[in-house]
Structures are given as C-alpha cells and as structure tokens.
Design a protein around this ligand. Sequence first.
Ligand SMILES: [Zn+2]
Ligand SMILES: [Zn+2]
Length: 194
Amino acid sequence: MKCFTHPDRDAVAVCSVCGQGLCEGCSVRIAGKLYCKSDADKIFGREAERAEKYVRPASITVAAILFFIFGALGIISGLVFSAFAGSAASFTSVPFIGPLTGVTAAGILLIGLVILVFGILYLVAGNWLWDGLRRGGILGIALSIISILVSLPLLFVLGPLALFLGPLVALAGLSIVIDILLIVLITVGWSSLR
Ligand SMILES: [Zn+2]
Ligand SMILES: [Zn+2]
C-alpha cells in the first residue's frame, strides 16, 4: 500500500477515519490513534496542528535543561540535608555551608524536605517546558520568583557574616543570577508555549 498523498512512498499506517494510506510524514498520532492531516484537523481543530508542529525555541530548551539540572541538584541536596539531620555531626559541618550552630535536627530535616520538594517541582517545570506547555512557563517563573525571594534576604542578612558563611552567600548570589536568567529565557520563548 502506498501513501494517498505521496504515491511514491510506502504507507506505514492508515487513517482511522477515512482509511487512506499514510506515509511517515502524513500520519498524525493523537491519543494513540492515527489520522490523516485533514481528518485530524476536522476532529481536533487547530490543537492537532499545533501539537504536531510545535518547534521548541532555543530559549525554552535551555530553560528546560537548567530546570532539569537544578531539579536534580535540589533532590540530591535535599536528600543529603535530610540525611544529615539524623547525625550529630551535621551541627559542626554541613557540606558547602559549614557549621550550623543553633539549628535543631528537626530544623535541618525541614530545610532538607523543602529543598527536596522544590527539586521535584523544578523537574516538573522542566518537563512541562520541554513539551512546550504554558503551565511549565508559569510554574518556572513562579519557582524562580520564590527562589529570588528566598535568596535575597540570605544575601543581605548573611552578607555581613560572609566570613563564616561565604559559600552560602555566594550560592545565594549565584542563585539570583540564574533565577533572573530563567525568567528571561521563559519570557523570550513565552509566545511559543501553548
Ligand atoms: Zn483520514
Ligand atoms: Zn505521505
């Protein structure tokens, strides 16, 4: 069987509505069923066309990859933090941060769990952005704004203590730069999201 539109190409499927042969380029898969383009348009309207033709701009690709990276980092550091809550050693040396005097084990566990949840949300945002979904842009911008709101006080409150908390202050500053970058990337690619 040959493609109805391209008689020189072999059909790889048939339209589930009209039964005509479809080559690779002519078949549209929606919810597990194959259609020819005109039937897909008739049944699903512009949605099918947009689903088929979505081209992810570079800005959204970069943003999605950054969300994947920070999601993974968040999950790992959240787990490490939570694990440290169980050991007394945590109070004298937390990786990259140093001594956390005056913070209880429950406090460290809570911080770890919050970081873990944010890591998961970052992965979700990255995944939605990768698929070009507008909700990925909304979640991504919301997470970046929350991250800035958390990092700013860290930067200014802990700034004077930089002698002891240098790495943490540097992380907060770096985080703000990356958050602003993420918001810019999503904004640039916003019109492509659906
Ligand atoms: Zn058809
Ligand atoms: Zn064809």
